[in-house]
Design a protein around this ligand. Structure first.
Ligand SMILES: O=c1[nH]c(=O)c2[nH]c(=O)[nH]c2[nH]1
Length: 304
């Protein structure tokens, strides 16, 4: 028997870091994260021969997460993830790779008496900013940044017609429907732009990770709103293209989107009340089933 694949570490390490303005300590920023850090390498004997000598305890992974958060930069999460992965791969000769996944929660500074408050924030929905990162000893970083849990809805400006029909089809063409989804968007950075920690630090300092996140979020919200959508497929492709157009170091963009249906309710049984087609106002949100539509877009034509 042999171990084919193994990794281990700590999941759900939650932390919040406060950043104080050196000139005005009451002026602060916060970042709250959920971190998963998994290690791989010459660890098979811990499984096959109960050899704990090769095990950097998962508790050490957790403590290290706090220590690196204290001793260095946590903003943006791409940099913090890269620092964590680099630490494990460079500190322990037998640890050959690290997988780091981070979710950042939305603490948004709010206004008090018309001014942004220096140290008060509101939890702005369940949306998260994410990074999923892999560092293999001697190899460039593999970094995928993303957004998840951003729920959007448009009440018009969405169509779906001219689809394939056969004797299994009951769906009718629609030229005006509600479109709603939970945005799960991610973008993979070209490994050549992130060969090592110095390169990740440089991009972070230049603000590129933040700019890509803000740009991807903005393009998503803008195109979703402005376009008369032909389908979820066409809309997600258009958004992906616009993100690739804006950010050269991004190699691929992936969207994974539910199509959250809102059905018209036929109320004609009640004194001929009109509530369908152009008269539709009251809809029934459907919890399940939902459409589920995925797509990865790159500049080159290489099928994954
Ligand atoms: O945008 C859509 N894409 C589909 O693939 C699909 N299928 C369906 O029934 N409705 C929709 N809407």
């Amino acid at each position: 028997m042999t171990v084919v694949k193994a990794r281990y570490g700590k999941a759900n390490v939650r932390l919040l870091k406060v950043k104080r303005d050196p000139k005005d300590p009451k002026k602060q920023d916060v970042i709250e994260l959920r971190v998963r850090c998994l290690l791989e390498g010459d660890i098979d004997s811990s499984y096959t021969a109960a050899n704990n000598k090769v095990v950097v305890p998962t508790d050490t992974v957790k403590q290290t997460t706090y220590i690196l958060a204290k001793k260095g930069e946590v903003w943006p999460i791409e940099l913090f993830g890269a620092r964590l992965a680099d630490h494990f791969v460079t500190t322990y000769p037998h640890i050959r790779g690290a997988h780091v996944d981070i979710q950042q929660y939305r603490w948004t500074r709010y206004e008090v008496q018309g001014k942004p408050h220096p140290h008060s924030f509101m939890q702005d929905g369940v949306e998260t900013r994410n990074v999923s990162l892999y560092k293999r000893e001697g190899q460039p970083y593999q970094i995928t940044s993303g957004i998840a849990g951003l729920t959007v809805l448009k009440s018009t400006g969405s169509m779906f017609y001219d689809f394939h029909t056969d004797d299994y089809t009951v769906l009718k063409d629609t030229y005006d429907r509600i479109l709603s989804t939970d945005i799960d968007a991610s973008w993979k950075w070209n490994p050549r732009s992130v060969p090592d920690l110095a390169a990740v630090t440089k991009l972070a300092t230049e603000g590129l990770f933040d700019a890509a996140w803000a740009g991807a979020r903005n393009q998503t919200l803008e195109i979703f709103a402005l376009e008369n959508s032909a389908s979820v497929q066409a809309t997600m492709y258009n958004i992906s293209q616009s993100i690739l157009d804006k950010f050269a170091p991004i190699e691929t963009v992936t969207f994974v989107l539910p199509n959250k249906h809102y059905f018209e309710v036929d109320l004609s049984w009640h004194h001929g009340l009109k509530n369908t087609g152009k008269d539709a106002e009251v809809y029934a949100p459907q919890t399940d089933p939902n459409g589920h539509i995925e797509c990865t877009v790159s500049r080159k034509s290489a099928k994954l």
